[in-house]
Design a protein around this ligand. Sequence first.
Ligand SMILES: Nc1ncnc2c1ncn2[C@@H]1O[C@H](COP(=O)(O)OP(=O)(O)O)[C@@H](O)[C@H]1O
Ligand SMILES: [Mg+2]
Length: 291
Amino acid sequence: MDQAENLRNVIKAKNIRTVEKTKVITITSGKGGVGKSNMAVNLAVNFTNMGKKVIILDADFGLANVEVMFGTLPKHNLSDVIFNGMSIRDIITTGPMGIGFISGGSGVVGLNNLNREQIAFLVHNLSLLNDLCDILIIDTGAGVSDQVLEFVLASPEVILVSTPEPSSLTDSYSLMKAMYKSPKYLENGTNVHLVANKVMNEAEGNAVFAKMSSVVQKFLGGDLDYLGYVSYDVQLEKAVRNQRVVSLEYPSSKAAKCFESIAAKILKKDKDTHFKWGVSQIFSALLRDRA
Ligand SMILES: Nc1ncnc2c1ncn2[C@@H]1O[C@H](COP(=O)(O)OP(=O)(O)O)[C@@H](O)[C@H]1O
Ligand SMILES: [Mg+2]
């Protein structure tokens, strides 16, 4: 049996056997610098505190914020899986509290050039995450690039981070519009949950959500869910400057309390409404039309 045939069999077998244990949350925003990476690492800390095993996949290639805040430099990334035959297990770096961290590297950027076997091998490896973590948090890049859009469209549960700044709101709206207008958009395929970041108080968070959800409803006919707000907090800035995660460095800060309540809300919503989140499903969708 040649390598390619072997991999095809692996994928076939996987389709029958894979149990989607891992829950995936994709974090995105229309604009950079609004707090995606902080959302990723602080949710990871809180989910870990709640007894979950968490891995973060950093698919933001411009700025590798997660590794900066974790103070760890990953030696390998997803392209080592694709091109050097490494297993996904071998490219996971361990950060604070045992939180796993995978760097996308150029692996995901170069996806357009992969052949079927490489894609099959990658999807198979990503499906192994079902045995390695309870929750996978994907930190996408900013903007409305094709790559970000593909992650969003493939993900059942997406957190959209917006700030009260008009430019953040318009960029968030552009991302929502691109999602709804995409030929790949499936009705009820993606649930979008908004988090208002860098707000002064609860009322300002509510106002961010009210603005976004009203335009999404009026012009796109879509629904947004509200997960809550994160206060603007100098302690968070200070933690980031010191390459620390605010929830660990200043657990009683305003921002840390907000992340804690958002994490609790996510797990409660999952219990009540059963989020549709699965790792193999996402990466199969993401890679389906590639080769
Ligand atoms: N709630 C907040 N309060 C104060 N500053 C924040 C807050 N969230 C983010 N920031 C600041 O914004 C910067 C960018 O955040 P980051 O999470 O890296 O954004 P992104 O990943 O969206 O580019 C951080 O370095 C931090 O200084
Ligand atoms: Mg970032």
